[in-house]
Design a protein around this ligand. Structure first.
Ligand SMILES: Cc1cc2nc3c(=O)[nH]c(=O)nc-3n(C[C@H](O)[C@H](O)[C@H](O)COP(=O)(O)OP(=O)(O)OC[C@H]3O[C@@H](n4cnc5c(N)ncnc54)[C@H](O)[C@@H]3O)c2cc1C
Length: 273
């Protein structure tokens, strides 16, 4: 796709003030996929050379510019820590309705900032208690929970000129038991519903996160594992009609029904039933 309105491509590190029409360019798999009439200048993040990920004792930092392929490579490394979290991350990477060609270019940050309901990096970041690190043009930083970062379909908490620098996943979340269930109308189609479940046996805390079926991620927290009726009732409360996605990838009534089934499957997995 030719972006005919774009007049300039600049290094993301350049000191030029942010102006209307500016956009961060990461992998470009979304930016170059459809017309962007308002975009006149691209600020290329590829030059940043941020390490794709950094493993510390108590957390994993994933750079916004980490590609899906790089993240997937980490999860496939048998010597890497946190096997349960790696299984969840693998499933989220594979939930993209695209091939390895797109995975080599598409970035984790681009996925979060695009904020599609079916953004699997959003599912991953929310399930694992991710914290988003945002940098303003004046270099001021703020930290925002991934659970709050996406506020609606295509909407985030980013302010003009702010860039998503990284997502940090704490070790406590990375150590939890995990499961992922996904439904799509077609085998390799866009997710119509994606449900992650995590469970900490030491505390009894269980969380179910719903994405793809809803305009923004929804989390059901339980201080102890819920029974099937308790889980169903909590999801009924969360899945308000206005929040369910209505598009070609699935009818809202079907998405609501499927989400309930996937959530019960996640609960069942985590309880080892
Ligand atoms: C065949 C195909 C299938 C796809 N399937 C899916 C799918 O299943 N689910 C899905 O969610 N998406 C899908 N996409 C869309 C897209 O590929 C992904 O969302 C991808 O992760 C976007 O990342 P990117 O690095 O290419 O972002 P870009 O296209 O470079 O940018 C996307 C948006 O985010 C902004 N942005 C990027 N990085 C940052 C940053 N660090 N800080 C602030 N703003 C930033 C850009 O300005 C732009 O508005 C698909 C695309 C294709 C071509």
């Amino acid at each position: 796709m030719d972006l005919t309105s774009v007049r300039e491509l600049v290094d993301a590190r350049c000191a030029l003030p942010w102006q209307p029409g500016d956009a961060w360019l990461a992998g470009g798999t979304a930016l170059f996929a459809e017309p962007q009439p308002g975009v006149t200048r691209l600020r290329d993040l590829a030059v940043m050379e941020w390490p794709p990920w950094e493993i510390q004792d108590d957390h994993l930092v994933i750079a916004a510019t980490c590609t899906v392929a790089q993240l997937l490579a980490l999860t496939q490394d048998p010597d890497a820590p946190w096997p349960r979290a790696r299984a969840l991350i693998t499933a989220c990477c594979r939930a993209f309705s695209s091939s390895f060609k797109v995975w080599n270019t598409a970035t984790v940050g681009g996925n979060l900032c695009l904020a599609l309901p079916a953004g699997p990096m959003i599912s991953m970041a929310v399930a694992l208690d991710g914290m988003c690190r945002l940098l303003a043009p004046d270099q001021r930083e703020r930290l925002v929970p991934a659970a709050d970062f996406v506020t609606g379909a295509g909407r985030t908490l980013l302010l003009p000129g702010e860039v998503l620098r990284s997502v940090t996943l704490p070790a406590a979340a990375l150590a939890r038991h995990t499961t992922v269930h996904r439904m799509s109308l077609r085998p390799h189609g866009r997710s119509a519903a994606l449900v992650t479940g995590t469970y900490a046996p030491d505390t009894g805390r269980l969380e179910v996160v719903v994405t793809a079926a809803t305009r923004r991620p929804l989390t059901a927290h339980f201080v102890r594992p819920p029974s099937p009726p308790v889980l169903r009732a909590r999801l009924r409360e969360l899945l308000e009609p206005g929040l369910i996605v209505d598009d070609v990838h699935g009818h809202p009534a079907w998405r609501r029904q499927v989400t309930q089934q996937l959530a019960e499957a996640a609960r069942h997995d985590l309880m080892g039933e």
